[in-house]
Ligand binder design. Structure first.
Ligand code: NAD
Length: 291
């Protein structure tokens, strides 16, 4: 049993924390809004009144927050993780943030006596609930090995991809692939509907061939039903497209498809649909068609 603190009990953090409780760990949660903490307590976890309170006795600290500034705010300052965690504690940032920020925060964490890992996840809310996330980890090998048992409670595919920051680089690539895939599937669905094809039958046969993908499998029927309840909010994917386009530019890598899809995601958010699931990218594809 490991003493674990989870900061950020949102769509992903709460089910991850619940799975850690189920795996037999001693889990204390903190979130900005109290209701999420109550939900963890109901599931057998403990609630904290502040970040400092949550992390003080933890052996492993997991942050699952929206964006780079949120993670910076939670780890810094007198009330933050770095100032209050026990020496030698492992800090796993599972949020999706900028790779350069992740690397800089890892450096600061080490100076504060902590053992940092960037460990963003893929698999969505469904993966968080079922404990089947794909977890891409940047950091020291010994630290990755030290958190393996804990991460087994929330993930299925857990891979050490390199030094601090590299988990976030891999996640940025993940977000590029997923957004481009949603865009392609959305365009295919609008196209099929325009020709009056039986779209359910079409998605079935497409899924059995090379066009098949997790996006098609998990989002295809939802597109047909116009069910865009999140899931992963489009505004968060907008943040991630900003991360991958700027990281690619800094590396001198040209990503024309990624840049185009980033514009599509941004335009969908600008239309007021940032609160939809990222499959809501479909709404712009449909709006740009004449049907
Ligand atoms: P969310 O907005 O549902 O959850 C974030 C939680 O953090 C909220 O409950 C919020 O109240 C809390 N929070 C924000 N600032 C805080 C602070 N200063 N102190 C304490 N709590 C604070 O977001 P989410 O969908 O759970 O995503 C979290 C991260 O995981 C994001 O970086 C996202 O990109 C990534 N992610 C999400 C999904 C998904 O399908 N939702 C999948 C993979 C990765």
């Amino acid at each position: 049993m490991t003493k674990i603190a989870v900061i950020g009990l949102g769509i992903m953090g709460l089910p991850m924390a619940k799975n850690l409780v189920t795996a037999g760990h001693d889990v204390t949660g903190f979130n900005r809004s109290r209701g999420k903490i109550d939900a963890l307590v109901e599931a057998g976890g403990k609630g904290a009144d502040s970040v400092a309170d949550a992390v003080r006795e933890a052996e492993v600290i997991i942050t699952m927050l929206p964006d780079s500034p949120d993670v910076e705010a939670v780890v810094s300052g007198e009330e933050g993780v770095f100032a209050n965690a026990s020496a030698g504690a492992l800090w796993i940032d599972a949020s999706t943030i900028r790779p350069d920020v992740a690397a800089a925060l890892a450096e600061q964490a080490r100076e504060a006596g902590l053992r940092p890992l960037d460990a963003p996840v893929s698999g969505g809310e469904a993966g968080a609930i079922s404990g089947a996330l794909s977890i891409m980890i940047g950091g020291e090998t010994a630290d990755v090995e030290a958190v393996d048992e804990v991460l087994q409670g929330v993930g299925k595919t857990i891979v050490h991809v390199g030094p601090s920051g590299s988990g976030q680089t891999v996640k940025a690539a993940n977000q590029l692939i997923v957004a481009a895939n949603i865009q392609a599937v959305s365009e295919a669905v609008v196209f099929l509907e325009a020709y009056g094809v039986d779209t359910t039958a079409a998605l079935k046969v497409l899924g059995g061939g090379l066009a098949g993908s997790k996006v098609l499998e998990q989002k295809g029927q939802k597109l047909l039903d116009r069910d865009f309840a999140p899931g992963f909010r489009l505004e968060l994917h907008h943040k991630d497209m900003g991360i991958v386009t700027s990281a690619a530019r800094e590396a001198g890598v040209t990503i024309p498809l990624g840049s185009l899809v980033a514009q599509q995601v941004g335009a969908t958010v600008a239309r007021g649909d940032g609160g939809l699931d990222h499959s809501g990218l479909f709404t712009l594809v449909e709006a740009l068609s004449t049907r």
